[in-house]
Design a protein around this ligand. Sequence first.
Ligand code: PBG
Ligand code: ZN
Length: 321
Amino acid sequence: MIKRPRRLRKNNNLRDLVVETKLTADDLIYPLFIKEGKDIKSEIPSLPGCYHLSPDDRLRAEAEKIVQEGIKGVLLFGIPQKRDKTGSSSRSPQGPVQKACRLLKEEFPQLYLITDVCLCGYTSHGHCGIVEEGEIKNDATLPYLTETALSHVESGADMVAPSDMMDGRVQAIREKLDEEDFYDIPIMSYAAKYASAYYGPFRDACESSPDFGDRRSHQMNPGNAREALREALLDVEEGADIIMVKPALAYLDIIYRVKQEVNIPVAAYNVSGEYSLIKNGGQAGLVSARAVLKESLLAMKRAGADLIISYHALDLAQELV
Ligand code: PBG
Ligand code: ZN
């Protein structure tokens, strides 16, 4: 007798009833680029459809749209006017992210605010940490990261997301936040962050390309999978509340394996290069961007992602609600 799996694919209602994984607007986090200055809304050339926004009416207008479309959370990146050796505007109360947090928290209290914690957008050399003698110094960087995280939280951030890949930073940030009575603020750790060519458009957007060398002394080697599990377990031990894998599409096996290994939520970062490829592929008429996008995000979820950070979020949310 023929076995007939096709029976359950007969019509739409039935297919919906038996579907295993579905993408919803609740899964999505939308990244925002906050540029120091006034009255700025300029499209980012490397990320068509995404904008640099100043922390004023321009951000306010965008936030209104974001909330209206049913997006639950945003991830904030800052682009300062001045950069120096230690990235001081990363932790200044007048920094772009801090200003944005205060504005958003006050006017859109229901919008969940996550901030990216790293130095590369703020340092003159574009590296994620303190550079001495041509090297990125791990332990010397930690106090700057903890101060940055603390200043975000003091400005109203609901969650911090360290993306620097320094060893021990989750623990250092956890201790600092606890000390200051912010024990309720979760940490989403960029735990398995690979040294990837998919970050190109983002570095243009944040002017954060390193002026010498690369990020391979702290970001992971794309050939390694077991190391990602080690990183994830370490961050859990150090107190991370959510573990992130980044990039997403070329690392679905990592999402899958990390999900088996940890019992806290797993986030996938659908990075800038993934966004640009699909967007441009659609514009060039190569693929149906919308369909390819939904299939790709669904694959991340099927692999085990509980939440997905995506530049497509705003565009897609209403369709998914
Ligand atoms: C900062 C940071 C990067 C991204 C997020 N946080 C860039 C990098 O590590 O060079 C990449 C995001 C993207 O490509 O969408 N460390
Ligand atoms: Zn960095």
